[in-house]
Design a protein around this ligand. Structure first.
Ligand SMILES: Nc1ncnc2c1ncn2[C@@H]1O[C@H](COP(=O)(O)OP(=O)(O)OP(=O)(O)O)[C@@H](O)[C@H]1O
Ligand SMILES: [Mg+2]
Length: 249
């Protein structure tokens, strides 16, 4: 569903990504790992159109993405969360999801306005279902800034799901979570996959990556140095050298 073909990204003299190739298929969980500054977030920024590529092509369900603005890419079915949480802090949990739904509803047929009441009811029901799915319905009236950190991360996922994506990009979803929160998050990510979506996640916590990913890509200094199943990656010398072994030294 997503093909990244020969993609490069330069920031001035820095080559943040160097001829990257990726191929994601539907209904799977992919991991993207690598040391700090490897280019992981930059790759997400290119796929979602926040930054232009310096070279190469990105195709999603046979549409070329590299010339599209972010909102059109989102409409094609790609949603993301951010490494630094981006919620509306002065809105309630429910409102944060309701505003995210707008991307599809505003393009709706204008004559539907006489059914506004019904439509709003349906959107509210959908938002409730998403908050239930992410375990946040009990908090729907609270300000998003009053949520615990792990809950804010889950709310960001609910917001992303409100865009009805087929591909969900998660940038360090377990960042700052404790072990119990992380465990719960893993269950929820698997549930999302089971609804037919593809998930591509950046994560430093190896228990997360190895535990739920079907396939892993490894970046180091902008280069793809390895790819494969968790078992293969854990045994890969270049990966151990660049990343996994780092903590033991
Ligand atoms: N908008 C930008 N302008 C200039 N340089 C950038 C920009 N975004 C990223 N970089 C640089 O590109 C490199 C890759 O950064 P990126 O954020 O993609 O790394 P990362 O793998 O996500 O790292 P981390 O694990 O720390 O989040 C870094 O050297 C970073 O400083
Ligand atoms: Mg990053």
């Amino acid at each position: 569903m997503l093909k990244v073909v020969d993609v490069s990204k330069n920031f001035g003299g820095l080559q943040a990504l160097d001829h990257i190739q990726l191929h994601l298929e539907q209904n799977r969980i992919y991991g993207l790992i690598g040391p700090n500054g490897a280019g992981k977030t930059t790759l997400f920024n290119l796929v979602t159109g926040l930054l232009p590529v310096s070279g190469g092509s990105i195709q999603f369900q046979d549409e070329e993405l590299t010339s599209l603005p972010p909102h059109q890419i989102a409409r094609l079915g790609i949603a993301r969360t951010f490494q630094n949480i981006r919620l509306f802090p002065t809105m309630s949990v429910l409102e944060n999801v309701l505003v995210a739904q707008n991307i599809h509803t505003q393009s709706g047929i204008p004559s539907l306005f006489q059914f506004k009441g019904q439509r709003e009811k349906k959107l509210r029901e959908e938002a409730e279902a998403l908050l239930q799915q992410m375990g946040l319905w009990e908090k729907h009236g609270e300000l998003s800034s009053d949520l615990a950190y792990g809950e804010q991360r889950r709310l960001e996922i609910a917001r992303a799901l409100a865009l009805q994506p087929t591909l969900l990009l998660l940038d360090e979803p377990a960042g700052g979570m404790n072990e119990a929160e992380t465990e719960e998050l893993l269950d929820r990510i698997q549930e999302i996959r089971n609804t037919g979506k593809t998930i591509f996640l950046i994560e430093h916590d190896m228990s997360v990556v190895m535990g739920i990913c079907d396939y892993i890509y490894v970046l180091n200094f902008g280069k793809l140095i390895a790819q494969g199943t968790p078992e293969k990656i854990q045994a890969n010398e270049a990966v151990i050298e660049a990343y996994l072994g780092r903590e033991e030294r």
